[in-house]
Write a protein that binds this ligand. Structure first.
Ligand SMILES: NC(=O)C1=CN([C@@H]2O[C@H](COP(=O)(O)OP(=O)(O)OC[C@H]3O[C@@H](n4cnc5c(N)ncnc54)[C@H](O)[C@@H]3O)[C@@H](O)[C@H]2O)C=CC1
Ligand SMILES: CC(=O)[C@H](N)C(=O)O
Length: 309
């Protein structure tokens, strides 16, 4: 829970359900701002200890965020396979303890043979990264256990998520780093080609979608795995939008062959089913995202004593 997405989701859930009713867990030490709220050490590979945490704390909902993301996973396939597929622990414990279970998937769960513009919820999925393969495995296992044993499994396929916190794990993180570079050196070296179009989402839309989806009554769900969309852009387009605020921004392109394999990810998501079944609607488009990110990154860098131009 201490990665890019977990802390913010816990904050949103705590506002609705009370601070003590949401427990964050991870294998690393919590940041100071998290340290005053419930936190437990939990390694998802340790079945017995996970069971102890669930039983001792009367857990009812499990949000399973731990994973190795695309680029980090590709750099360490054995570890990605271990962490991302040991999701079985979480499935078994959810069934054993009648938990409801949310596990995110990703645009990376699609591959070169999938329809890309747009990618529907149900289509061919033959991803070519260990990250994508493990996420498809999670989607299918969760749906299987739902149909066979009634597990309340829920899964959203997130686009690349944009927030002030940069995480090194993903193929889409250029779209976070570019804001920091624009506000510091004014120069960004992008590891993707300028025309690589990908679905993206502001973190607040991602958190809100997750909570709204978790709160939807089961009878409204026609699927267990839904695409959610907000916007799609290329590195060149986001740079152009940033230049409306910071005209001096220079972007150079040095393609990284591993990350550029995300060429096979969808260009756009079709999220018609999420909109119809549980009322999903994004609030951030590219223009609003860029304005918000420049403001938030400026505040963060200033507070941390980092250079801001
Ligand atoms: N950030 C994004 O753009 C997207 C994220 N997602 C999914 O959302 C979820 C959360 O993503 P992020 O927060 O961005 O990931 P992240 O890489 O920032 O955080 C993952 C967390 O998992 C923890 N972890 C690693 N091994 C562990 C273990 N053995 N036991 C317990 N915790 C362990 C790490 O310490 C880290 O804090 C992931 O499942 C990811 O696939 C899906 C699509 C987009
Ligand atoms: C889209 C994702 O799942 C993530 N941001 C990544 O690039 O790996």
């Amino acid at each position: 829970g201490l990665g890019q997405l977990g802390v913010g989701l816990a904050q949103l859930l705590r506002r609705q359900y009370g601070k003590d009713n949401v427990i964050l867990s991870d294998i690393k030490k919590p940041q100071p701002q998290v340290a005053n709220s419930p936190f437990v050490y939990a390694d998802v590979l340790d079945y017995k200890h996970l069971r102890e945490v669930i039983v001792n704390n009367g857990i009812t909902w499990l949000v399973h965020y731990s994973a190795l993301l695309s680029a980090v996973g590709e750099a360490n396939v054995a570890l990605a396979r271990k962490i991302n597929i040991t999701l079985h622990n979480v499935f078994d414990l959810s069934l054993e303890n009648c938990l409801r279970l949310f596990v995110p998937s990703t645009i990376g769960a699609f591959g070169p043979s999938s329809p890309r513009d747009p990618a529907p919820d149900l289509c061919i999925q033959r991803p070519r990264t260990i990250y994508g393969v493990s996420k498809v495995h999670g989607e299918l296992m969760g749906e299987y256990l739902h149909h066979k044993y009634g597990l309340d499994f829920r899964c959203l396929r997130y686009p690349g998520v944009i927030s002030v916190n940069t995480t090194p794990g993903g193929g889409t993180t250029y779209a976070v780093q570019i804001f920091h570079d624009a506000l510091s050196t004014g120069q960004h070296e992008c590891y993707l080609r300028p025309d690589t179009r990908l679905p993206m989402m502001h973190i607040s839309d991602c958190h809100r979608a997750t909570v709204e989806f978790m709160q939807t009554s089961e009878c409204q769900l026609s699927l267990r795995t839904y695409n959610i969309a907000a916007m799609s852009f290329t590195p060149e387009e986001v740079a152009q939008e940033i230049r409306k605020h910071l005209p001096h921004l220079k972007v150079t392109y040095k393609t990284d062959s591993v990350r550029q394999t995300i060429d096979s990810w969808p260009v756009r998501f079709d999220d018609t089913n999420a909109r119809r079944d549980w009322g999903w609607e994004p609030t951030f488009g590219l223009e609003k995202l860029v304005t918000d990110m420049l403001q938030s990154v400026r505040i963060k860098r200033t507070n941390e004593g980092l250079p801001v131009s």
